[in-house]
Write a protein of this length. Structure first.
Length: 70
């Protein structure tokens, strides 16, 4: 029998507030998440590493779940 494709939990993250005026560490976290512009949306797999990064910049981003089939 063929295996069913696994569904990955994905996070859709939107940058809603600029990193200007925040520490270099915060700006580097935003950059590591893949943000280049305000109002940009990126998608990442829901992992503990990404969750930790989002916890540090939660005041600058909006997070929503997105389920993706692989």
């Amino acid at each position: 029998m063929a295996k069913k494709p696994a569904k990955k939990n994905m996070l859709r993250i939107k940058l809603v507030k600029s990193g200007i005026g925040y520490t270099v560490k915060t700006k580097r976290t935003l950059s590591a998440l893949g943000f280049k512009k305000l109002q940009e949306v990126v998608e990442h797999e829901d992992t503990p590493i990404i969750r930790g990064m989002l916890d540090k910049v939660s005041h600058l981003v909006e997070i929503e779940s997105a389920l993706e089939e692989k």
